[in-house]
Design a protein around this ligand. Structure first.
Ligand SMILES: Nc1ncnc2c1ncn2[C@@H]1O[C@H](COP(=O)(O)OP(=O)(O)O)[C@@H](O)[C@H]1O
Ligand SMILES: [Mg+2]
Length: 520
């Protein structure tokens, strides 16, 4: 693990900036390893603004160290499990804006990537309209079926990959040293954090992947009337160039313009929140960077999303989990919310379901007494994660990203409609999903407890069947391999077989009864 001069100088500079901005002044020296305390004391001699908020200091420092560190900060904003809630919240203030690199340079990159002269690709190619650490965007026009149309051309910043690769190497080094020498470093799984950052950076610096995300997202929302996604022009897209249909709309960051164009701000607020939930729950694929700058409203009043560099995915299980917990909280069925956690295997079975639902009631009930405009679903999820941590639920990164995005989506929705009732707004989406996906079961629960029990068995049938199959397979494997049939193993086999067939039978009976009740 040789520390090379290059690494060392860059890290020393980063360390100096962190110290100067006062990031270390709020560290509790008693909690540090003995060898680190004097170093921190020395570092703090450089601090200019002492003793103020560590989060704000970190935001200032990261912006100065460089774009990769801004990305690191933005990424850590989604990991309160690593940096703590307060710092994670502060980090959401990181802005990723940089000076543009000029039109001529952009044209070079476009020509090199697409292998043609810019005049053969575009009718016109304008000055940059926006610039950030990874890319800048130009307005251009291109011919489609003989007709000129406006497009947005996103061009990768030159040298950005090398710079990210170099900074990531430095970060890996720090993470390795930290994991080797400090138990805190190991607890925070720092190498894994850098791994994830490296993957995110890879996704964000290959525009074919962003184009694919835009196209998948567009396909999912094709039949949703109130949201639109710009069309991808694959012929004018490569690793370093992304060409999208130009969006002629008002950005939600310019509310005056949105209002002046006569749009219904309240309806838009509801759309922002409902679409986000629908994408997460129905499609398991959501836009994870939903700030005002990435959302527009077009002439028809539709919400338009751009910038698909950061997307979130939820598996079947997480989607159902999300729908059921929201439904449970809306209907105040805390027992149900608790059960969902146990069923998903998120909370270990050793805990008491009654105690868990009691804890859930403690966070759920106040929501039904406060003012509608004070309720926050994101806050609810935060509290939920705090409670689940007490019951040994491990942080699930995909759910944390969802919760973080929800904070942003709610914020945008509330700026559009400060009185927005989050519960009422979400209710139809959540109910719709539940009815569509768990309908028969929901119906059965109304018909009484015993039938509900039956339905539960039927829902678990795939698992029961899988168990049974496994048991049967084990028995035949034992037979094949000719194990010695001691009285003990014969009895064990008989027991397994009895169990397996009993459960299989039980499951099938439940399913038959259920079908008879539903369709009979
Ligand atoms: N399809 C588009 N139509 C109109 N403007 C766009 C389009 N795509 C990007 N822009 C403009 O460029 C800016 C930056 O684009 P974005 O994809 O958000 O890049 P970044 O990842 O740097 O945030 C946007 O805020 C918007 O002003
Ligand atoms: Mg953006």
């Amino acid at each position: 693990m040789l520390l090379q001069t290059g690494n060392f100088l860059r890290l020393a500079r980063a360390g100096y900036i962190l110290a100067r901005e006062g990031v270390f002044t709020s560290l509790d020296l008693n909690l540090l390893p003995p060898a680190a305390a004097p170093l921190v004391r020395i570092a703090n001699l450089f601090a200019v603004g002492k003793g103020e908020n560590a989060g704000a200091a970190l935001v200032r420092a990261l912006s100065q160290i460089g774009p990769s560190y801004v990305k690191l900060g933005q990424f850590l904003a989604t990991r309160p499990d690593v940096v703590g809630g307060e710092i994670a919240d502060a980090l959401t203030a990181l802005q990723d804006r940089m000076a543009p690199f000029g039109r001529a340079k952009a044209i070079d990159i476009v020509e090199r990537s697409l292998g043609r002269k810019v005049d053969e690709i575009f009718l016109s190619f304008g000055e940059p309209v926006a610039a950030a650490s990874v890319a800048q965007v130009h307005m251009a026009t291109a011919l489609y079926d003989g007709k000129p149309r406006k497009v947005a051309v996103k061009v990768l910043r030159p040298g950005v990959e090398g710079q990210f690769a170099r900074d990531l190497r430095d970060m890996y080094m720090v993470a390795r040293v930290a994991e080797r020498w400090s138990s805190e470093g190991r607890r925070l799984r720092m190498i894994e954090v850098v791994d994830t950052l490296a993957r995110t950076v890879k996704l964000e610096t290959d525009f074919r992947l962003e184009a694919a995300a835009a196209s998948e997202f567009a396909e999912n929302v094709a039949n949703d009337p109130d949201i639109k996604v710009p069309h991808v022009d694959w012929d004018r897209t490569a690793r370093e160039v992304l060409t999208l249909e130009w969006i002629d709309g008002a950005p939600l960051s310019d509310l005056e313009r949105v209002a002046a164009e006569g749009h219904d701000l309240k309806a838009l607020g509801a759309h922002v929140l409902q679409s986000f939930l629908r994408h997460a729950m129905r499609d398991g694929f959501f836009h994870a960077d939903m700030h005002q700058g990435n959302l527009f409203v077009d002439k028809q009043g539709r919400l338009v999303a751009i910038d698909f560099g950061i997307m979130g995915r939820l598996g079947e299980k997480e989607r159902r989990f999300l729908a059921e917990i929201l439904y449970g909280f809306i209907t105040r069925d805390y027992r149900r919310v608790a059960e969902v956690h146990f069923e998903a295997g998120y909370v270990p079975a050793k805990h008491s379901i009654e105690e868990f639902s009691q804890a859930l009631r403690a966070i759920g009930e106040p929501l039904h007494t406060v003012n509608a405009s004070d309720i926050s679903m994101a806050r609810l999820l935060t509290l939920l994660f705090e409670v689940t941590a007490l019951f040994d639920m491990r942080t699930r990164t995909e759910l944390v990203l969802l919760q973080k995005t929800m904070v942003v989506a709610e914020g945008v929705a509330r700026t559009l409609d400060p009185k927005l009732d989050i519960w009422k707004t979400c209710d139809p989406v959540v109910r719709g999903w539940i009815e569509e996906n768990l309908g028969p079961k929901a119906k059965i629960e109304d018909a009484g407890k015993s039938i509900a029990e039956l339905a539960r068995l039927a829902t678990h049938l795939p698992k029961t069947l899988a168990d049974a199959e496994m048991a049967i397979e084990r028995i035949s494997r034992m037979a094949d391999q000719g194990v010695d049939l001691s009285p003990h193993s014969i009895e064990a086999m008989a027991e397994t077989r009895r169990h397996a067939s009993n459960r299989l039978l039980l499951g099938l009976t439940a399913l038959t009864l259920l079908a008879a009740w539903l369709f009979g």
